[in-house]
Structure formats: structure tokens, C-alpha cells
Design a protein around this ligand. Sequence first.
Ligand SMILES: [Zn+2]
Length: 464
Amino acid sequence: MKITVHGAGGGEVTGSCYLVQTRDANVIVDCGMFQGTRKLDNHNHIPQRGAFTKLNAVILTHAHLDHTGRLPLLTRAGYDGPLYATPATTDIADLILKDSAHLQQADLERKNRRRKQQNLEPLEPLYTQEDVDKLNRLYRPLRYDHRTEVAPGISVRAVEAGHMLGSVSLEMTVEEGGAKKVVVFSGDLGPRGAPLHRDPVPFEHADYVFMESTYGDRDHKPLAETAIETRKVVKKAIEAKGKILVPTFAVGRTQLLLYLLAGAFQKRTMSPFPIFIDSPMGIKATKIYGKHTDLFDAEALAMMKSGELHAHLKTVKFCPTADDSRALNHHPGPCMIMAGAGMCTGGRILHHFKHNLSSPETTVLIVGYQGHGSLGRMLVDGKKSVNIMGQKVAVRASVHTFGGLSGHAGQTDLLRWLKSFAKSRPHVFLTHGEERARKPLGKIIKDRFNLRVEYPGHKETIEI
Ligand SMILES: [Zn+2]
């Protein structure tokens, strides 16, 4: 058996893709997009020769773009085999990939207008909506805690990864020439005890494990620590009849925040106030969450079944159209507006910032990571004035960071996950982490569990 790391190796955190090859079959686990710098954009292709043209199956760990973004390139290249994913992953991947195709199209049109002026050939899109649509008939349901035969001699068992709705870790059993090997793929692992999602389920035995290491060098701030402070900030803003602007990623953070607010309303630590989901994608994602409530943790499930969840979210209103969004400019406070983009790099949140940042009654609530150079980072850094859509806007709003909502396990939880099956002495391959994160994690794994640890590079092949 050979396993080649076609992404998220060599210190990268995007583009997750493993190719597993035996004498009888070729399968891939995840097919993610490389995100970030332009250099990485050049990686966004599918090999046109070799095993990739003879795939028996594709298996997905979860729906995030860095694990699914190159799937339409497979259908574009003619792949029509099965695509195994949990039903929630299928629904969310379709939403995320359609959005990705749409954004690429808009970006390309802009670039090509400029290229036309310079008499340059127009650029081709990486993939189109049609390529995304073609994926729909390939999806096959991957059931939790169930063994699925995916190719001759290769079967997988999927268990909860706790990272996002529908996420799984995979235990792959590979039989070749009378020998049987177990390879575990962690996928992205979630933190233990996080609200709404179930905890990651560990394994008992593995010969090899490909493990993510995004936060291998640190632990997150505990959610409970910042939740109390955030509640005070929100309460104060509501009493001052201000607007609370929350730049959010449409999938995950939006629903998590709604769940936490419902809990606060239920416990009467806060009185209900109007909440607007001003994001077409956020609305669709919230509906997908509503369809897969069986994946919620016990507390959220109980709240859902008793009807309390809906009852306490009565003040939530959806704003699907641009007109709905514009109408919020004249809506008096107090209210909360959740809108994209998560890092304030575009989207409807910019319009709300333009109208409200200069008002001292406004509160900006940061719930996710803000990359270097992003508008969100400038606000976190306390800039007194920012440029929004070519206009200088004074910042008089207060800015508060609500930490602890990460979908990734910190160092302690990663080690705890591995500990449960470390006794079976798996050979560990650390991926999906920058060097500064995976190297310290690897050192602890070696010292604590006395296991062999390796750090595969991009396109490195491991012979097993
Ligand atoms: Zn992920």
C-alpha cells in the first residue's frame, strides 16, 4: 500500500487530500482546495495522469472548502465514481462549493475585464456551477459507526470528529496480499465539551495515523472564560439600544452563536432582543443545521426536542435579499446583525460597518480569527479610522472579541484523542498544521507515548 499526501503536508493547513493506493484499488480521502497565497493557488489542480484517473472512490471527512474544494475538478476531469460523505456533509459541501464557484466566477469576470483592456487572453475558471452540480449524483451516504466497503479490499468506519456538523474521523481497513492494515485519518478534530457539537470519538487500534495538528502548539482560551464577559458586553449594548454587528462565517459560527443566545434567553441571563441573519448563505446553513438535529450533542438535542430551542429563537429574523439588508439601516436598535464575510473582507457586513462604526452605541463582536491585513484585524487592533469601500469611516464603536469558539481541538485535546489508541503503537504522521504547530506536538507525542512520528511533505509518498 502507498499513501501520498496531496495537500495539507509540508507545513500547509489547506488542500487536504490523501491518495491511498493498493494493487487492487485507488481511493482518496478528502479533496480540498489550497487557500491563501497566490503561490498556493497554483496547487489547485488534479493530476491528469496516474492513479487520479483510475479512482475507485472518494471519501470526505467534512464539508469545509479546504477538504472539498477540488472535488469539482474531479468531475470536470470525468470522474463519475462514488463520493462517500455523511448526509450533513453532503448538504453543507454542496452549499460551500456552489458559493465557491460563484465567488470564483465574480472574481474572474473582474479580472477578465481588466485583461481585455490590456489585450490579454481571458482566464478560465477553475470550475463552474455545472461541475459542482455533477457531484450531486455521486454522493453515497456514509453512516456513523458503520463499516462501509468503498473499494476492493478497502473499507472505512466513520466516527464523530466533533469539528462541524457531519464531520468524521475515518478508520480505514486495507487488505492486500493477505495482510490487513488499519489506517486512521483524523480529519479535522473538534474540541471536547464544545456547545452544540458532540465530542470526537477516539479509536482503539491503528497501525498508522494521519493526524491534524492545526493547534498542536497551544490550547484555546476556555469558552466559559470569555462567555461571561461577552454576555456583559451584549447586555450593555442592548440597554444602550445600540446595534451589535457580528461578522460571521455562514456555516458553524452563526449557528453556534444562535444556540448560545438561545441558552442565555432560556436561563434568563439575558432578555430576548431582535437578531438578524443577514446572509443568504447563513440562512441556508442554519436550515441545514435544522435538518440534521440528530447530530447535536445531548444538551442541544434535548433543547430541540422540548421545543425550547425554537421558542427561544423567536426573535431571529432572516434577511435573504439585498433590500432586507438595506432595510436594517433604518431599523432602530437594540438588535444584533450577523453578516458575512467572517474576516470582514467583503459582503454585507461592510455596509453595516459603513453605516454604524462611527456611532459610539455600536458594538462589534468578533467571534472568529481575523487574518493579517483584514479589516477585522484592524478593528481588533483598535484603529481609529478605517477605509470601507473607498470611504474613510471613523471608528467610535466598541470592539469586543468573543474567543473560545474554535472548531479545532487544542493541544491537550489532540493528545487526549491520540492517547486512547496510543497503546496499539501506531506510526504517526502529522499533517494539516504549520511547522511551528506540528513540530512541538510531535515532540510531545514522541516523549509521552514513545511513538514514531513523521512530518510528511507535499506530494510525499509513504510506502506501507
Ligand atoms: Zn475543517
